[in-house]
Design a protein around this ligand. Structure first.
Ligand code: FRU
Length: 521
């Protein structure tokens, strides 16, 4: 009897152990299944920020507070095309890995929540703080659909919301809007900074084909001070930014006015531009004929900078939306639409009496770096394959060439179905280029398959290219960030080959390095 009971007990334990084992395996399977599906759909970027699902456009409210980089963004949670705008929200300790947070701002009776910025009101000038910590103030455009439908011309106005819990929850100010619309149809995208010299808040926002500047002692009462635009410009301006910068290695201070332009960008459609000038607390004084491009690619729009980056850090950090209104709502992704560019550090430089911004990926991105292979200096003639034995198309390429007397340098990425994308430099044109004409799917737009160029007519002895590839995007930072190009593309099969093409030409590769990058999701 005892033996029977023992046998029964032994069998039961074994069975349970088997059950237990099975369920552990199940869990592991489920987990790995989940891990395999999560952020692994076709074309899903692996180290760029993208929403878990649905539509995203401009980055909004970028502010650093208590060790967190906040990224709010234009978000429509109910569809993969643009719709009633909310502010989505994510935070990061380093701008590389992101934690998704609940939606921060929902549309309300005053309208949809369009683009804008956020600041920390350190001295509680607004009086909206709770006395324990300085409030985070979001400044955004309310877009009133009814007003738009009724063709009122006053349906966009600036409003604020405040948070006393590190951006986790926001309360809309009950006196909204704080900047009423005087009758300008396009009147949006406020970016606010604290101006120490005048001890005032400065707001810059887009008003059709120019920007308007306001100031305020408290983020609530705003006074109009000036406008800046290009007389006769009939392009729509959006998402401006205004900030001071020291000119590379000197004490000279200039002000940069960023503005995104909604049509006729250098390579078509929408892109981010800038002017360099001065700011006296009321006026931006700059040459409006000297408009420059922050990124020559087609896919960097609404790029603006983070507020409140500590002085001890001192960087001007920026992020853009990696798409173009020409086709953003039609790109062939299913669950979500759009990603952000890589976060970039901007610096200002003076060459031959003119000022230029350079942008480079933030140094924190080195966290993603895995194994690398270096290619030592050699003369190439023909097609030279670079090591690319990696399952994923996640790479950082660093390539330095002697500038050849003629021809071009081309880096070609391709897959097994003969789709390819080239990044390179053309000597005769003095231009960098990205050619996505045969890069993959393009039937969703008439303008997508094309050859894009970026100006590199400045003097440079070498052709230095740093290229990041992430499944469906390529970012070129040439000549230490002087010429930048960001393009997206949609291969029908993942790319798996990298070649340097130097046909009928001797090209001297000074050094080359290919680094595999990891995923953040
Ligand atoms: C720029 C933009 C902004 C506007 C937002 C609406 O991409 O058109 O001007 O605030 O998108 O989503």
């Amino acid at each position: 009897m005892i033996a029977m009971r023992y046998l029964y007990f032994a069998c039961f334990t074994l069975l349970c152990f088997a059950c237990k084992k099975e369920s552990v395996t199940e869990v592991a399977k489920e987990k790995s299944g989940e891990a395999n599906d999560y952020y692994n759909e076709d074309h899903r970027p692996q180290f760029h920020f993208s929403p878990e699902a649905n539509w995203m456009n401009d980055p909004n409210g970028m502010v650093f507070y208590e060790g967190e980089y906040h990224l709010f963004y234009q978000y429509y949670p109910d569809s993969t095309v643009w719709g009633p705008m909310h502010w989505g929200h994510a935070v990061s300790p380093d701008m590389v890995s992101w934690e998704h947070l609940p939606i921060a701002l929902y549309p309300d009776g005053l309208g949809y929540i369009f683009s804008g910025s956020a600041v920390i009101d350190w001295q509680n000038t607004s009086g909206l703080g709770d006395g324990k910590e300085p409030p985070m103030i979001a400044i955004f455009t309310h877009h009133n659909m009814e007003g738009e439908r009724n063709k009122t011309n006053v349906f966009q106005y600036q409003s604020i919301a405040y948070s006393n819990d590190r951006g986790r929850t926001f309360v809309k100010y009950d006196g909204n809007p704080v900047v009423a619309n005087p009758g300008i149809k396009d009147f949006r995208d406020p970016k606010v900074i604290w101006h120490e010299a005048s001890k005032k808040w400065i707001m810059v926002f887009a008003a059709y084909d120019k920007v308007r500047i306001y100031n305020s002692p408290n983020l609530i009462d705003w006074t109009f001070t000036s406008e800046f635009g290009i007389p006769g410009d009939k392009r729509l301006w959006e998402c401006p930014d205004l900030f001071p910068m020291k000119v590379g290695g000197t004490d000279e201070e200039k002000w940069v006015l960023i503005t995104s332009i909604q049509k006729e960008a250098p390579n078509g459609g929408t892109a981010t531009s800038y002017f360099v000038g001065d700011f006296d607390g009321s006026n931006f004084i700059g040459d409006n004929k000297n408009q420059k491009w922050l990124d020559y690619g087609t896919d960097n729009y609404a790029m603006v900078s983070w507020a409140d980056v500590p002085e001890s850090d001192g960087r001007r950090l920026a992020l853009g939306w990696m798409s173009n209104w020409q086709y953003a709502q039609k790109v062939p992704t299913e669950k979500w639409r759009s990603a952000m560019t890589l976060p970039r550090t901007l610096t200002l430089h003076k060459t031959k009496g003119d000022y230029f911004l350079r942008s480079l990926p933030v140094k924190e991105l080195t966290e993603l770096e895995d194994e690398s292979s270096t290619v030592s200096g050699q003369t190439l003639n023909g097609v030279f394959e670079l090591p690319s034995d990696y399952d994923h198309f996640l790479y950082k390429l660093e390539l330095s060439f002697e500038k050849p007397p003629k021809g071009m340098i081309e880096v070609r990425f391709s897959n097994d179905v003969d789709e390819s994308l080239s990044v390179g430099y053309s000597i005769a044109e003095k231009q960098y280029f990205i050619d996505r004409t045969f890069a993959g799917k393009d039937d969703f737009s008439d303008v997508f398959a094309d050859y894009h160029v970026g100006d590199a007519s400045y003097s440079h002895d070498q052709v230095d290219m740093v290229i990041y590839t992430d499944v469906s995007s390529v970012e070129l930072f040439a000549d230490q960030g002087q010429c930048v190009m960001t393009d997206i593309f949609f291969p029908t099969e993942p790319y798996n080959k990298i070649e340097i093409v130097a046909e009928n030409n001797d090209v001297n590769l000074i050094k080359g390095k290919v680094t595999k990058l990891g995923s953040i999701w």
